[in-house]
Design a protein around this ligand. Structure first.
Ligand SMILES: Nc1ncnc2c1ncn2[C@@H]1O[C@H](COP(=O)(O)OP(=O)(O)OP(=O)(O)O)[C@@H](O)[C@H]1O
Length: 276
């Protein structure tokens, strides 16, 4: 990806005090089906923090992201965005506070990549629902930041998995919100694009990001904090600064596999051992 500098951000509605959490959970419980995925989670996300959500398949990472986006009802506890319960924000207000990028994209209509990113500018549309030249400029800029400017006029249904993922990330950037929720944003990306996304997220300044990942090393490279599921059945989650949460013992507990720490170029990495 080209290092395209960010544009100044649009003021979200309304501003919270800088020190108060952007997002809070109190005693959060998620039980979308028969199994309880999460229980009693007290957690806070502040501006400028990048949280990696990690854990084994089926532990509830995507369900948690959907709940944080207001798209899945908790079975107990509360979720606050800028100090107000999530359910008390209108859909329109929420669209100026948080973006949500799902893991899979099901494109039904023949839209260009630019149309998809422009749709993320809808929350800022004028009186008659019209988007302005400024919105178009922001959308094109976001596509450029995600190395997708050359895809602007292409039908999204014809994009490769990695290209579609970069267009989705561009839409999240164009939405210009203080909180980005990204479900496995690097799953389809090659190594250079994974690294570029990592740098892009680190350049988001005082916005907060919550992203689910499977790659522990990518999480260590781009996140400040981690929320790790260490027991899928109990269920148990631990949260905190990333180097404190991602340790050989917690990774072993989470994945049931030995992860060997390796220090390289001044940074901690983990390699899976040959056997459990
Ligand atoms: N609406 C639902 N009804 C029943 N079960 C559900 C529902 N939504 C999620 N689940 C179950 O909850 C569990 C967690 O699913 P989720 O997609 O959140 O996991 P994940 O941690 O993101 O997994 P992966 O790493 O495989 O992407 C799974 O066992 C899933 O089958």
């Amino acid at each position: 990806m080209r290092p395209t500098p960010p544009l100044p951000t649009h003021p979200p509605v309304p501003f919270a005090a800088e020190s108060s959490p952007l997002l809070e959970t109190h005693g959060l419980e998620l039980r979308p089906g028969a199994r309880r995925l999460l229980a009693g989670l007290d957690w806070a996300v502040h501006r400028g923090e990048r949280w990696a959500v990690l854990g084994p398949n089926g532990c509830g990472k995507s369900t948690l992201l959907r709940a944080l986006a207001g798209l899945c009802q908790p079975s107990a506890g509360s979720l606050l965005l800028q100090g107000r319960p999530l359910e008390r924000w209108s859909v329109h207000e929420l669209s100026r506070l948080r973006s949500y990028t799902p893991q899979h994209h099901h494109d039904v209509f023949g839209m260009t990549a630019l149309d998809v990113v422009l749709a993320a500018r809808r929350p800022y549309a004028g009186r008659f629902g019209w988007l302005s030249a400024h919105d178009r400029e922001r959308a094109l800029h976001a596509l450029a930041r995600c190395d997708a400017a050359h895809l602007a006029q292409q039908d999204v249904r014809s994009l490769s998995g990695g290209e579609r993922q970069r267009v989705a990330l561009a839409a999240a950037l164009a939405q210009d919100v203080p909180l980005l929720l990204l479900d496995e944003p690097t799953a389809h990306l090659d190594v250079p694009h994974q690294q570029a996304v990592c740098e892009l997220l680190k350049a988001l300044g005082d916005r907060a990001v919550v992203l689910s990942l499977h790659d522990v090393n990518l999480a260590l490279a781009c996140c400040t904090h981690a929320l790790l599921c260490t027991d899928r059945e109990a269920p148990r989650w631990i949260a905190g600064p990333i180097e404190e949460v991602l340790r050989p013992d917690t990774l072993q507990a989470a994945y049931g596999w030995t992860m060997v720490p390796v220090d390289l170029e001044g940074r901690r990495h983990y390699l899976p051992a040959a056997s459990r």
